[in-house]
Design a protein around this ligand. Structure first.
Ligand code: ZN
Length: 184
């Protein structure tokens, strides 16, 4: 699947120079991995968000959203992936890392990116309700911050958004069925 995407993007983006093509393709490949993790969250009945941390072309951290199943309000996909990466690398600073996440991070996760000194954030779809990078505030751009995170948005965004939509549609359907059953 990833290889097919490569070919499609190459033929459609001839105006890009070599480095830009490489970066864009790599972003899609890693976002595919984040999407797989988001599907894992979905299958666990958690809001489907997935994240990976990449350093020097290797995935060093993975996470999917799991606050309900782990009884941990901080267990967002980004934080789970950052913790995984920090443990694997034996370093709480992730200065050369790029974090890929399917949905725009919230304020908590944006703060964690700064604390971890993550170099770059790549996210898929915007989150109009709780997104804190572009949608509701610009939590990574405050003048008080002592670290700047580079941001790329919109990578495989329609697929990332579609997964969320289908999850919440499924949830609404479940609620309707429960209400209907309780009537009888
Ligand atoms: Zn978050």
């Amino acid at each position: 699947m990833c290889r097919a995407n490569h070919r499609r993007r190459l033929s459609g983006n001839e105006r890009l120079c070599g480095d830009e093509v490489t970066t864009e393709l790599a972003d899609e490949v890693y976002m595919e991995q984040a999407l797989l993790l988001a599907q894992q969250a979905y299958s666990c009945d958690e809001v489907p968000v997935g994240a990976v941390v990449v350093v020097d072309g290797s995935i060093v951290g993975e996470g999917w959203n799991r606050p309900v199943s782990s009884c941990d309000p901080t267990a967002h996909a980004e934080l789970v992936a950052l913790r995984d990466a920090a443990l694997r690398l034996g370093n709480y600073r992730l200065s050369n890392a790029t974090l890929y996440v399917t949905i725009e991070p919230c304020t908590m996760c944006a703060g964690a990116l700064v604390h971890a000194r993550v170099k770059r954030l790549v996210y898929g779809a915007k989150e109009p309700k709780s997104g804190a990078v572009d949608s509701n505030c610009h939590a990574l751009q405050g003048t008080h911050l002592n670290h700047r995170v580079l941001v790329s948005a919109g990578v495989l965004d329609s697929r990332c958004a579609q997964l969320m939509s289908s999850f919440f549609a499924m949830r609404r359907q479940q609620k309707k069925e429960i209400t209907r059953k309780n009537k009888y």
